[in-house]
Design a protein around this ligand. Structure first.
Ligand code: OSB
Ligand code: MG
Length: 372
């Protein structure tokens, strides 16, 4: 397999409601799509999940764009690959960081290979599930009452897990209001996106009585040592998101006991090869994983759904249906949820959804065509 063209496109999709986390708010998602074409003329789409600002990781859309154009694409154009699993190593050699930029191309190579092999992407990577238990990630709300309403609505819609964004001042009282309102059985968790320090350990320990499934990434984005100290002081399992950028970091988490669960986002770890390695390592070490989200369009969602079909994705993923985010998605059919489950498309090779090329053209604000 050899690429002979990558087209970069940026479009804007307004979110139905603003999404606020401890590090910032998004109103309109700048969607970064790639169309990859190989020397046989086959093509597929992928999505780079970098955000508008470097407030989740150091990458952002504009840095990822330049990185793909100047560093990732030239390397991938320069050789043929027997297997998409070889792309990751090629992109790691003397090339530090930029996981989301690398992942966008690497994952597209997996989809091209799946299509060429005549297999649905989920099966091509070893996925076994036919449907994915689905969670919703709720941004920080105006008041505890507003949050309770959102959570009730999500549970009524059938979501199997409700993740609530927290930050100092919007945490224990807010989550207690939710727990009191929805009862002891509801699957609730919190995500702090690095909003705390170890000085907050006592406050965070107050969450133990609320029986959350986990607390995601309470401390710094690149920390493992302090999370280990915090985990010793909490009964609630710590789940790491931002801190796990590679298989090595997952191994460090286990070695240091920095957390008990991992949220795998393929973009954050450099793509599918790395996601599969983390998945397998966690499976062998009794660490449950689940698939995180980055407010992807229907294109990125296809990759998340396929990944979440692997056997050790035992907890509900942040793979909400299209209608949770957008008035209209850019794929057909849109992603839907029935009884809290999103179906894995297994009826055809590749991504399993059609990309609405006309709509993408209409929404595109910039394009760049890359060639060898
Ligand atoms: O921390 O998981 C996160 C979105 C943007 C940046 C970070 C995160 C998120 C989400 C969204 O929680 C989950 C989704 O895509 O539904
Ligand atoms: Mg998170």
């Amino acid at each position: 397999m050899r690429l002979d063209q990558i087209t970069l496109k940026e479009l804007r999709l307004p979110l139905k409601e603003p999404f606020r986390i401890s590090s910032g708010a998004v109103h309109e998602r700048r969607i970064f799509l790639l169309e990859l074409r190989d020397t046989n003329g086959a093509s597929t789409w992928s999505e780079c999940v970098a955000g508008e600002a470097p407030n989740y990781s150091s990458e952002f859309i504009d840095s990822a764009w330049v990185t793909i154009a100047q560093c990732v694409a030239p390397r991938v154009f320069a050789r043929a690959f027997d297997h998409p699993g070889d792309v990751h190593d090629e992109l790691e050699r003397d090339f530090r960081g930029h996981q989301m930029a690398k992942a966008a191309v690497e994952m597209g190579m997996w989809a091209l290979a799946a299509t060429a092999a005549g297999e649905p992407l989920a099966r091509f990577i070893g996925g076994t599930r036919t449907e994915i238990a689905t969670g919703i990630s709720l941004g920080i709300q105006q008041s505890p009452e507003a949050l309770v309403e959102k959570v009730r609505g999500a549970l009524a819609e059938g979501y199997r897990k409700v993740k609530i964004k927290i930050e100092p001042g919007h945490d224990v009282t807010w989550l207690r209001a939710v727990r009191d309102a929805v009862g002891p059985e509801a699957h609730l968790m919190a995500d702090a996106n690095n909003a705390y320090t170890l000085d907050d350990a006592e406050r965070l320990a107050e969450l133990d009585e609320l029986h959350l499934m986990m607390i995601e990434q309470p401390l710094a984005h690149d920390d493992l040592v302090r999370h280990a100290e915090l985990q010793r002081r909490l009964r609630t399992p710590v789940c790491l998101d931002e801190s796990i950028t590679s298989l090595d970091r997952a191994q460090d988490m286990v070695a240091l006991s920095s957390g008990r669960i991992i949220n795998i986002k393929p973009g954050r770890v450099g793509g599918y090869a790395s996601s599969l390695a983390i998945h397998d390592f966690c499976q062998s070490n009794g660490i449950p994983v689940w698939c995180g989200g980055m407010l992807e369009s229907g294109v990125g969602r296809a990759y998340n759904v396929a990944l979440a079909s692997l056997p050790n994705f035992t907890m509900p993923g942040d793979v909400s249906p299209s209608a949770r985010y957008w008035a209209r998605d850019i794929v057909t059919p849109e992603w839907t949820m029935t009884d809290g489950m999103v179906r894995v498309p297994l009826d055809r090779p590749g991504l399993g959804v059609d990309v609405d090329v006309e709509r993408i053209e209409a929404l595109t604000v910039r394009t760049q065509v890359l060639r060898p």
